[in-house]
Design a protein around this ligand. Sequence first.
Ligand code: ATP
Length: 334
Amino acid sequence: RLVSADAEGAEEQVIEAALRPKKLDDFVGQERVREQLSLVLRGALRRGRTPDHVLLSGGPGLGKTTLAMIIAAELGQPLRISSGPAIERAGDLAAVLSTLAEGEVLFLDEIHRLARPAEEMLYMAMEDFRVDVVVGKGPGATAIPLDIAPFTLVGATTRAGMLPGPLRDRFGFVAHMDFYEPAELEVIVRRSARLLDVEITDDGAAEVAGRSRGTPRIANRLLRRVRDYAEVRADGVITQELARAALRLYEVDERGLDRLDRAVLESLMRKFGGGPVGLSTLAVSVGEEPETVEVVAEPFLVRQGLLARTPRGRIATPAAWAHLGIAQPAASPM
Ligand code: ATP
């Protein structure tokens, strides 16, 4: 797993699997994506053909894997799962592709991290359902064409901007998944609580939802932490007051900022006077990989109006100074 701040434990994975909606109708939010996708899938089913390849782009935990599973289920096909980093050589990809049965769905997570030769092989596979397997080395090397069964590729990426144009263009349908609205997250929290057999009041669910950074995975995670608190320190029922106390303990603030979010802002303000500062310098100052800061923390902070990306670097907005209660120095650029 690339994103350390989002590392999942074994228990989390089991629970997440149990909480995953299995049908498009149970998938909460992302209205437009759901409607468009539904048409794509129904159209294909009606024609008895494999649907266009689908690219899902969006931040971690917004439901890309869930949607990939739903696509396969709606098509009545098995889902084969792999990822960009897991495929090191073109031969690895050829091995996966050549064992696909007709109509199967292949999910490639983190597709932007696919190695170049594999990526080029994928172009041809997506377009012509054919790959060239290169046998031998140097001048004697020959490419042996190999037909593969028509399949549907579902690619997922947290960084659509990093996908090469030729790859992006081969997806017939591109879905951008955005942060969820609090009301949608509330539905997810109530649904998860029901599945986990936890009692939660409506304002308790709203409290958890409101602090979930617009992200279903985080909503489910916070729900479990609050459940622990409710069971150990109270009578098991999650009320608003209890959710607040529990989330304070887990250092999730009222806007949903977690420790990494606050570390980024604090460092930006205290060490760099509010910026502008480059992404890598900022990441080093909080002991994280630039990609983690860029993919995990920043989109939410930008959405909240707490951080701005400018050509000269990242800057903390006045709202950020106010939220963290740090006095903004007079000479600060904003
Ligand atoms: P990553 O790419 O980091 O793996 P992801 O975008 O694939 O993240 P998922 O693993 O699909 O995210 O979703 C995380 C969890 O959030 C799932 O276990 C699922 O329970 C829940 N979830 C995601 N989207 C929804 C949704 N629309 N409705 C209900 N639950 C959802």
